[in-house]
Design a protein around this ligand. Sequence first.
Ligand code: HEM
Ligand code: HEM
Length: 220
Amino acid sequence: MKYERGRVYTWEFPVRFTHWINFLCVLALSVTGYYVGRPFIHAYSSTQYIMGWMRFIHFVAAYAFLMSIIIRLYWSLVGNKHACICEWLPFTGEKLKRVADDIKCYLFLSKSSCHVGHTALGGLTYLLLFLVFLFEVFSGFALYSVNHSGVIWALLGGWLKSIMELSTIRLYHHLFMYVILVFAMVHVYIAWFSDSRDKTGLMGSIFTGYKFIAEKDMKQ
Ligand code: HEM
Ligand code: HEM
């Protein structure tokens, strides 16, 4: 049965912009962070400043990452309904049922139904991911506040040192990098899989903002 598909503007520019800034920041923060934890290039002369440059890039990417999170949270308040973080909150019976339906669908136990915005399971995953992002910011600025004293660093993460040991903060700051990298791999697979199954142009939508939705699915 062939359905007419309409072009729906789903992801507004700030959602796409922060998505790709997050992608670039996670890449830079992971490579430089991994180097800080396990230096894989060794300097052959005292003029080489490898660790210095890795830490510098880490901190610049850290500020860009922090700004991107603030812009995305702000846009959740002023953007269209698909930008609202309330789409990520699965705290209603109907939403929890949709999460269960999505899991059944990804396990090939049931047929899929297309969504204009995020799937309920997708939304829940992004909520957990943003909590991990927030932990990386707070733990990162807790580490950063060791050499930078001042109210701003204390607010951005220094307070975490009064709850956790510094070595534990560093350990979890490092470990959550792997959680984010595993998310990214599964995320790209599921986005690609959903696109090839539902033919909504999902992969392209995170670049253009437009999805192609069948008439029957428009109200969802
Ligand atoms: C997705 C986000 C981030 C990832 C994946 C990440 C990853 C890492 C990793 C793997 C390390 C090495 C830890 C170790 O010694 O074993 C590290 C160190 C560090 N990160 Fe991050 N980081 C992120 C965000 C941030 C943010 C937002 C800040 C805030 C300033 C930050 C500040 C630091 C600092 C200060 C260190 C210690 C540097 C040192 O010991 O010289 N990180 N990061
Ligand atoms: C570190 C890598 C990545 C992270 C952390 C990430 C994170 C996210 C987040 C948080 C969203 C929700 C967008 C929002 O409402 O703000 C999203 C959506 C999306 N991302 Fe990524 N992403 C990454 C890489 C990629 C890549 C490489 C692609 C492939 C082109 C991709 C494709 C998509 C698509 C198609 C959506 C919309 C999915 C939906 O309907 O929920 N992502 N991503």
